[in-house]
Design a protein. Structure first.
Length: 441
């Protein structure tokens, strides 16, 4: 009888989630200094300002502001009411999200948007709250306003945001992805930076993550640009067909609290060689594999990251999506600054993947102790993607790692790269995989 490792019995139930506090929407304050309007331009579409004309308190990079404009709340079309359907009829489904088809420039990106949406992780990663959720924005439908402002909006942009961790002083609720820097590049003219500014978080910062983003407390001290300013800029810059290019763009959109579906995500355009289905490569690995060995700096620069992801997306587009899988040259390493190169021949390490979302690092160590009697030296941070996660488990020596692997009971088979792995069953169904780091015994 095959013993079945009960990982779920080791997994403590997640703590109850506290609803995140929604920000109180406040009108954007007018600029400190008002200038007399000497020339009244004729605005083709009243109430629709150009993103270039917005007078926002950006930090580090400012856009030209030739004249004050009045921001009006975008009008929303009232859908025609439908008669109630009989109970036996299926409920009315919302229309599918739009594709970028408005202009020839938009249509250059249609296939990449479709490919992004076909990724198995897409529906989970790009699940947004209802459009009526307070504090969230949705771009207006593409229309004449896109070309009638003083400078027409670009068909595509490349974005990258930096985040920090904040804490609500009243409820102690944590926001691990609070926006602290916004960088956007014109995808039609990559040399043009449309905006690059620090952003003042709504709550006090509990972790600046300076080692990731290079932003410290002193950098945010006098910043006046807020999330509401960022949302105002995005509403002036984007229609529902604007293509937003980036890497793991869902993180940027959720930091902006923006609902958008015309996305080209380089994390989902390139397959991850030797990894399980649905695994997404890091930008560092995509850039290294696609851009002829280009290496990314340890500390993130959001302007550079936006441009690099755009280059990778253009590489995919120029080859009509016929690209090779990206090899894993770098791996996230808990406790290190950024990324660390991983030796694929490392024999004292095992990869554990297909981990349920409720798994914690301590549960992995307990699993090996309970079923192999071999204590890991280090269980690295679990990286979740979609519904599953994975992590590397280091042992004191190669002999310890081999003993732990050999002692686990489960079906053994080779993965796509020829590395041996065991499927260890879960009590409630399903399984996790424990894989060796190199081919052979």
């Amino acid at each position: 009888t095959t013993a079945v490792a009960d990982l779920k019995s080791l997994v403590a139930p997640p703590p109850p989630k506290t609803a995140a506090k929604e920000p109180i929407a406040t009108p954007v304050p007018p600029p400190a200094k008002k200038s007399k309007t000497t020339n009244t331009k004729s605005t083709p579409t009243p109430g629709v300002p150009s993103f270039r004309d917005l007078q926002l308190p950006t930090t580090s990079f400012s856009l030209p502001t030739p004249a004050a404009v009045t921001t009006a709340t975008p009008s929303t079309a009232t859908p025609t009411p439908r008669p109630p359907s009989p109970q036996h009829e299926p409920a009315h489904l919302p229309p599918p999200p739009p594709l970028p088809t408005a202009t020839p420039q938009h249509r250059l990106w249609t296939k990449a948007v479709v490919s992004t949406r076909s990724h198995p992780n897409h529906s989970n990663s790009y699940s947004f709250p209802p459009s009526t959720t307070p504090g969230w924005i949705s771009p207006r439908p593409h229309g004449p306003w896109c070309a009638s402002t003083s400078t027409s909006i670009p068909a595509a942009i490349a974005i990258d945001c930096e985040m920090c961790e904040t804490r609500d002083p009243l409820t102690q609720t944590l926001n691990p992805k609070a926006l602290c820097r916004l960088s956007i590049v014109n995808a039609d003219r990559p040399s043009e930076i449309l905006i690059d500014t620090l952003v003042k978080p709504e709550w006090p910062v509990s972790n600046h993550r300076t080692w990731v983003n290079g932003i410290g407390s002193q950098d945010l001290e006098h910043v006046q640009f807020t999330l509401q300013h960022a949302q105002q800029f995005m509403m002036a810059l984007c229609s529902d067909q604007t293509v937003i290019v980036g890497h793991a763009v869902h993180n940027d959109l959720k930091a902006l609290r923006m609902i958008h579906h015309c996305v080209v995500d380089t994390a989902m355009l390139f397959a991850h060689a030797g990894e399980e289905e649905g695994s997404t490569p890091s930008l560092k690995n995509v850039a290294y594999g696609v851009l002829k060995g280009r290496e990314m700096p340890e500390v993130h620069d959001s302007v550079n990251d936006a441009r690099v992801s755009l280059e990778c997306a253009l590489f995919w587009r120029e080859r009509d999506g016929v690209v090779e899988p990206v090899e894993k040259v770098f791996s996230r390493n808990a406790g290190s600054r950024g990324y660390k190169s991983v030796d694929p021949n490392e024999t004292a390490t095992l990869l554990v993947h297909r981990l349920p979302r409720t798994t914690e690092v301590a549960h992995i160590e307990e699993m090996f102790l309970a079923f192999t009697f071999v204590k890991p030296k280090l269980v690295k941070e679990i990286a979740f993607s979609g519904t599953h996660g994975k992590c590397y488990v280091e042992f004191a020596s190669a002999d310890h790692a081999n003993l732990a692997y050999d002692t686990l009971l489960g079906e053994e088979r080779e993965d796509k790269t020829g590395k041996k792995q065991k499927r260890v069953g879960l009590k409630g169904g399903g399984y996790v995989c424990v894989r060796k780091m190199r081919k052979g015994k």
